[in-house]
Design a protein around this ligand. Sequence first.
Ligand code: SF4
Length: 197
Amino acid sequence: MITAAREAVDLLIQAASSWQFDDTLDGLRDREWMALRFLARANRFSRTPSGLAQFVGTSRATASQTVKRLEDKGYLQRRNSDQDKRSVILDVTPRGEKLLLTDPITQLVHAIAALELGAKNFRDLLRQILEQLDARRDRHHADNCRKCIFLGEATSNRASRKQPEYTCRFFRADVDASEIDLLCFNFERRESGAFPV
Ligand code: SF4
């Protein structure tokens, strides 16, 4: 069992060459690709310089330099949060979205989509691994609202037949249906499975 697990780690390390490389690709280093990719997948609460630093595993200062480079290239723009004017939200621009169509990680996405095991099963296995690592390191990985303990149904919609919308009890803010599959660093796993959305 341990041998198979060890072999799996060897293979994972080699798969990492999809997102780790020397030099640059389309003018971006691997960490800059990682940052752009994360910001395109993160919700508005995590699309911040500190969320980025946490995801890429760097200091705030290094994350700020990455943001500056991506802004200078026109791939990112910053704006003030509607809730807290002192907070900055980082948005990927249409130019950044276009660049992401050539993301070197796309080949890996296709390889996972083609797995006999099924992409959802593979995703769930990875989630289990991350949860075990989180428990050992006393940290949380970023994940989406669907399995988060803080997601609730928006009160105003309970009595209506409108398109369902949600609320985040952590941020005390509405969460649009289009946002629930985005990554969030304040995610905390709900024990009883996914919210029925
Ligand atoms: S419900 Fe959870 S994952 Fe979603 S925004 Fe709130 S804290 Fe983040």
